[in-house]
Every structure is written in structure tokens, then in C-alpha cells.
Write a protein that binds this ligand. Structure first.
Ligand SMILES: *Cc1c(COP(=O)(O)O)cnc(C)c1O
Length: 400
């Protein structure tokens, strides 16, 4: 089945939808059983019944209702996974996945361009638990073998990297991991399963902030992790022990978002390419950091492994300071400043110090690095808005 069709059919088994188009919204804490035998069948044969896919049964609200099972089924189909688990947000999906596979004394190889809260979790909770973390250059490729220690249990990837967009050589890293029996997991939020399917490349766990494009409308927090047969039992059992679960209202809403993921992704991509190409030619812009631009580190891997981009990219201004950036951003009409991305609306973010904290190649650009998310507005309006903003930046720099 082609991927656009899969977005429409995924998780819409009749046992979830009845006679309606969409799976039913089923709110419940308690699931009730009529017989001891039914209860035992739903609950005790955990490995069979609680597989996060089409064999799963309702048992207790924390394990999810039929709405959750429909979503898990959909994610398994879209990611090519045997099991999927939902979490209350993307950060919870990342931390629970790491906690599921790491113990005191273990070593974790973490990509240096990782999402800032993931780094904070490594430096906080994981350090406190006696887990050793090394940060590797996102462009390391197969040279990652030289960083593997006897106690290395997990290699964590995120591609393209947060804020600076380096694209990783996923197959080379997976090959090195497999040679050393190391579990690989990837933050796949940028691509969504529509543009990259990590499990097809041998990654064990693919993680999403469903808050972003999967839901796509800036009104839900949700996370999901999808695993292959090697990783699924461990991810499932540990996530359940950790008490992870999510609201069925948020799950239902995200499942609805998935139906239009393809058309949204194509439109975000086309709009962002127009705006990014315009910015690249602007005299106040030094560089555009966009994985579909040849100048992006790992561009060749993006071309090889991904089927498309999205609305997200960054720019490096030639010159800036805090005051000039405020002049540029404060009066934008269509771009509001805010964290997150992946909704229908455009956003802009003065990046701040996160890339300066990197272990391997710290960025010293603070106020010159700006991240944009291009929404579904008309690109002419967005370009006009940015053009006026850049002129305010110029004026502030000239007068200073
Ligand atoms: C937003 C984001 C997250 C965290 O997701 P939340 O749902 O906000 O917790 C994780 N990784 C990436 C790449 C993100 O952009």
C-alpha cells in the first residue's frame, strides 16, 4: 500500500470503528469483564494480548481503551513496527524509552545535536542514576565504533538535529550498533513516518513528539514510541511499569490529524522551500540551515534516506545582537514566537544558548541563529513579513 493510502486506512479496523468512519472515542478507567475467563484472557497472557498492535485487548484504562489500540495499530502500520506505546508528550516518550533500556553502570551514546530537554534529562536524571553519557558528533557515521565501550547499551539518534539540522548517516550507525549488540533509538519527530521510516533502516525504536506534525494543529501534547520485535517487549513492559499513559481525547485528536499528514507535509515543505530560497539570497542572511539545501551537513543522507522535508529550518544572520533581533521579531505579523512547531501556523524562535552547550562542536552564534517554522499561510505574505522584519534589523544595526 502506498503511504498516502496508509494514512487514510491505518487503525480503522471495524472492531474500532463499528459502522462509523473514525474509531470510537472510548473514555474509561475501568474495563469490566463478565467472567473470570474473559478477564484472565485479557490480562494474564501479557505477551500475546498486550502487544500494542492488532492482538491487544482492553484490560485497564492505563493500558488504553479501544481508541488507544486504534492509534497504536495506526502507528505500527505507519512505522512498520510490531508494537507502539503512547505517552503524555514527546519528552515522556524519549525519557521512558531511555529508561526502558538503561541501568546503573551502563553507557549511552547521545547525538550532540539532540533536542535540549533530552540533553537535560541525560545530565539530570540519567547522571543521578549512574548512567554514563557521551555526546557524539552528528556527522560521525561509522566512526561511532571507536566510541563504543563494553558497557554501551544504547545509541540515540536525532536526524536532522534540533536547531542546526545536521542529517545523520543512520545505516552506518545502525551497522556499528548491531555489530556490538547495542539498541538504537531515534527521535523521528522531524520527518514523521511520512518522510522517514527508521525501522526499515534497522533502528530498534522510533520516537515521536506527536505534539508536532502527527497532530498538526497546536492543540495537543502527545508522544509515541514504535519498536521492532527485538525491542518491543522491553519497551512495553518498562513503559507500563513507569505508569505511562495518555488521554484518549488527545489520542483521538491526533489520529484525526494523521489523516491529513501527507497533504500538510507536502504543503509545509513547498512553502518552506519558497521562503528559505528567498532568505538564502537576502544580504542580511549568512546561511540557511535546511536539510534539502546542498550546504546542509548530511545533505547526501537526506537525499538518500528521506522522502521529503517539512516546514522547519534555521537561518544564521550575518550580524545581530539582542536589540536588533528584537526589532526584527517583535513586530512580525504572521510569525509569532513560541516553542513547538508542526501546527498549521508559522512560528519564529530566537534560538538562544542551546547549541552553545554542545560537547563536540559548540556554536557561538547566540543571537545570530533564528529558527523558523513555515505554516500553511501564503508564502508571499510570509516573505513580505520577513522582509519588513529584516529591514528593521538593518536599521537597528546601522544606528547602533
Ligand atoms: C518538541 C520536540 C520534542 C518534545 O516533545 P513534547 O511533546 O513537546 O514533549 C522532542 N523532540 C523533538 C525533536 C521536538 O521537536
Amino acid at each position: 500500500m502506498k503511504k498516502d493510502t496508509a494514512l487514510i486506512t491505518a487503525g480503522r479496523d471495524k472492531k474500532y470503528t463499528g459502522s462509523a468512519v473514525n474509531p470510537k472515542l472510548s473514555r474509561a478507567s475501568t474495563i469490566v469483564f463478565d467472567t473470570v475467563a474473559e478477564m484472565a484472557q485479557a490480562g494474564f497472557d501479557k505477551n500475546y494480548q498486550f502487544d500494542g498492535g492488532s492482538q491487544a485487548a482492553e484490560y485497564y484504562g492505563r493500558r488504553g481503551t479501544s481508541t488507544t489500540l486504534a492509534f497504536n495499530d495506526a502507528m505500527c502500520e505507519l512505522e512498520g513496527a510490531v508494537g507502539s506505546y503512547v505517552y503524555p508528550c514527546g519528552t515522556a516518550a524519549i525519557t521512558a524509552s531511555l529508561l526502558s533500556f538503561l541501568s546503573a553502570g551502563d553507557h549511552l551514546l547521545m547525538v550532540d545535536s539532540v533536542y535540549e530537554p533530552t540533553r537535560e534529562f541525560c545530565q539530570g536524571t540519567l547522571a543521578r542514576m549512574g548512567i554514563d553519557v557521551s555526546y557524539y558528533d552528528p556527522m560521525i557515521g561509522k566512526r561511532i565504533s571507536s566510541l563504543v565501550q563494553d558497557n554501551t547499551k544504547v545509541i540515540f539518534l536525532e536526524s536532522p538535529g534540533s536547531l542546526t539540522m545536521e542529517v545523520q548517516d543512520v545505516p552506518s550507525i545502525v551497522e556499528a550498533a548491531k555489530a556490538n549488540s547495542i539498541t538504537t533509538m531515534i527521535d523521528n519527530t522531524y520527518a514523521s513516518p511520512f518522510n522517514f521510516r527508521p525501522l526499515d533502516f534497522g533502528v530498534d525504536v522510533s520516537i515521536h513528539s506527536a505534539t508536532k506534525y502527527l497532530n498538526g494543529h497546536s492543540d495537543v501534547m502527545l508522544g509515541v514510541a514504535s519498536a521492532n520485535a527485538n525491542a518491543w517487549p522491553q519497551l512495553r513492559d518498562n513503559s507500563y511499569e513507569l505508569g505511562q499513559c495518555a488521554s484518549v481525547d488527545d489520542i483521538y485528536t491526533t489520529l484525526r490529524g494523521i489523516r491529513t499528514l501527507g497533504v500538510r507535509m507536502r504543503e509545509h515543505q513547498a512553502n518552506a522551500l519558497k521562503v528559505a530560497s528567498w532568505l538564502e539570497k537576502h544580504d542580511l542572511v549568512e546561511r540557511v540551515l535546511h536539510p534539502a539545501f546542498e550546504s546542509c551537513p548530511g545533505y547526501e543522507f537526506f537525499q538518500r534516506d528521506f522522502s521529503g522535508a517539512n516546514g522547519l529550518f534555521s537561518i544564521v544572520l550575518r550580524d545581530a545582537n539582542r536589540k536588533a533581533v528584537s526589532a526584527m521579531l517583535d513586530d512580525l505579523v504572521h510569525f509569532k514566537m513560541g516553542f513547538s512547531w508542526g501546527g498549521f501556523e508559522s512560528l519564529i524562535l530566537p534560538v538562544g544558548s542551546a547549541p552553545a552547550k554542545r560537547a563536540q562542536a559548540p556554536w557561538k552564534l547566540d543571537s545570530r541563529l533564528i529558527r523558523l517554522h513555515i505554516g500553511l499561510e501564503d508564502s508571499d505574505d510570509l516573505i513580505q513579513d520577513l522582509s519588513a522584519g529584516l529591514e528593521r534589523l538593518r536599521e537597528e544595526l546601522t544606528n547602533a
